[in-house]
Write a protein that binds this ligand. Structure first.
Ligand SMILES: [Zn+2]
Length: 71
């Protein structure tokens, strides 16, 4: 099944396929358009990973995983 993801390094929209480059960081999978982007992410994931919307209403910059938000 294909879905759209955003490359966190360069911001490019990606159609995710079975062979799309990816890294898992803090239980979240990030997808990349090219190995250069993946290498940048792997070297410093905190710089590139986006804060996740934990409950769909607002963002907690320090919270990147489901379950960290208590509401
Ligand atoms: Zn990229």
């Amino acid at each position: 099944m294909k879905h759209k993801e955003k490359d966190p390094v360069c911001g490019m929209a990606i159609s995710v396929q079975d062979d799309t480059l990816r890294s898992v960081w803090q239980e979240t999978t990030y997808y990349f358009c090219a190995s250069a982007c993946k290498e940048k992410f792997d070297a410093d994931p905190e710089q590139y990973a986006q804060p996740r919307e934990c409950c769909g209403k607002h963002q907690h910059p320090g919270h990147r995983n489901h379950g960290e938000c208590s509401h």
